[in-house]
Write a protein that binds this ligand. Structure first.
Ligand code: ATP
Ligand code: MG
Length: 138
């Protein structure tokens, strides 16, 4: 059974013109793009999405960054999608990311790190429901 995960091409990567290259890496790795949309989000929407990080020192900078320009929201499908996407993304800080990972290739800093991927089944369910309506996932 395919598993679903929520991924975001973050505003830094969209701004730098890396959207297509990142999508190509994702498809090459065997993910199906189940749903996709490009949009800008408000700071309030970013705060709601990252509510688990509320209170952390990077929360304000992170939510300002995520609302700084268009991003690309995606639902990705594959067996073991959640763990496999995290592996393809690489470490949060691109300085620690392995060769060949998306963050190693496309991320500029620990904050502006090109891509998001859900980290567990419950967070994936919350994040998919946060950005996508049921009719968008048919
Ligand atoms: P994401 O949730 O975006 O997939 P992640 O799970 O690798 O990334 P988290 O610990 O969930 O990392 O942090 C969420 C996001 O917050 C990071 O992707 C990054 O953009 C930002 N972030 C995390 N730690 C820092 C930090 N020390 N300084 C600045 N920004 C940070
Ligand atoms: Mg995370």
């Amino acid at each position: 059974m395919a598993q679903r995960t929520l991924s975001i091409v973050k505003p830094d990567a969209v701004r730098k013109g890396f959207t297509g290259a990142i999508l190509a890496e994702i498809e090459k790795a065997g993910f199906r793009i189940g749903a996709i949309k490009k949009q800008s989000i408000s700071k309030e929407q970013a705060q709601g999405f990252y509510q688990v990080h509320a209170g952390k020192p990077f929360f304000d900078g992170l939510t300002t960054f995520m609302s700084s320009g268009p991003l690309v929201l995606m639902v990705l499908e594959k067996e073991n999608a959640i763990a496999d996407l995290r592996k393809l993304m690489g470490a949060t800080n691109p300085a620690n990311a392995e060769e060949g990972t998306i963050r190693k290739r496309f991320a500029g800093s620990v904050q502006e790190n090109a891509i998001h991927g859900s980290d567990a089944e419950d967070t994936a369910a919350f994040e998919i429901g946060y950005w996508f309506a049921g009719y968008e996932l048919i």
